[in-house]
Design a protein around this ligand. Structure first.
Ligand SMILES: Cc1ncc(C[n+]2csc(CCOP(=O)(O)OP(=O)(O)O)c2C)c(N)n1
Ligand code: SF4
Length: 250
């Protein structure tokens, strides 16, 4: 029989702890497929942030370095400089990367650290119960913005992929989504491209992925996919915001 779909070699056969319907699991599968296709699993190190991704070591047969909340890019900096032959990726949520870790992500990107960051934008703090994140949409109700986010009080949602793309050290910055098969295929290409940037020593690469948190959004898994299409993409457009083609920074 011809197998058309199978578990990637780089994804452990572990029971998932993610809520049913959460697209964190799809992001994990895509990263595993990318490691398989690039043949890098034996030399890859993952650094999760603190959030629903924190059990990264359960899912990948790689070395994993746990970092304090928001500090994954700083840990990645040290790891890559000490062991430049390793492929280093951070995997961070929006609370982790765009709130408590704003300083670390901006300066690692600005320094052009040759590491890859996978950024899961689900517009809330998922693990801790759905509090407002810097990425929460205007009008979006969360446990800490029960009347909806209001720009006069809480400011505007941050577009991280666009902001990071303005920094000289960034080789690749893109935003993809995980809400449909077509978009999942595009996300995989972006993940591979980001790893290739690191393999080719081009500098810092980041892939922002629009992802569901159906549990804290209080909608069904299916409706959560619609929320991404209907509410997130109009504010967070998909696309490549920067792609370095040569080592013009040397
Ligand atoms: C220094 C510190 N402050 C606060 C926390 C509590 N905390 C754990 S996970 C989390 C939010 C995670 O949200 P996000 O990064 O968006 O990831 P998600 O769970 O949505 O994937 C917070 C605030 C912590 N662990 N450490
Ligand atoms: S709380 Fe949200 S982000 Fe966390 S696993 Fe559940 S659905 Fe996913």
């Amino acid at each position: 029989m011809n197998a058309v779909f199978k578990r990637p070699e780089s994804l452990n056969p572990a029971l998932t702890h993610f809520c049913p319907g959460c697209t964190h699991g799809i992001a994990h599968r895509l990263i595993a497929e990318a490691m398989d296709e690039l043949g890098i699993v034996d030399r890859t190190v993952g650094i999760p942030g603190v959030g629903c991704c924190v059990f990264l070591y359960t899912y990948f047969p790689i070395d994993v370095l746990e970092s304090p909340h928001g500090r994954a890019p700083a840990c990645a900096t040290g790891m890559k400089r000490a062991q430049p032959d390793k492929i280093i990726f951070c995997y961070q949520g929006d609370g982790d990367m765009a709130a408590i870790g704003t300083s670390e992500i901006i300066h690692a990107a600005n320094r052009g650290e040759n590491v890859t960051v996978f950024f899961i934008n689900n517009s809330v703090y998922g693990m801790t119960g759905g509090q407002m994140a810097p990425t929460t949409l205007l009008g979006q109700q969360t446990t800490t913005s029960p009347y909806g986010r209001e720009f006069k009080n809480e400011g505007y949602p941050i577009r991280m992929a666009e902001m990071l793309a303005t920094l000289e050290g960034v080789a690749y910055s893109t935003r993809v989504s995980l809400h449909s098969p077509k978009h999942v295929n595009q996300a995989k290409k972006a993940i591979i491209k980001a790893f290739e940037m690191q393999i080719n020593e081009m500098g810092f690469s980041v892939v922002e992925m629009l992802s569901t948190c159906n549990t804290n959004w209080r909608v069904s898994p299916l409706e959560a996919l619609n929320v991404i299409e209907r509410e997130m993409i109009p504010y967070y457009p998909l696309g490549v915001f920067k792609e370095r083609t040569g080592k013009d920074f040397l």
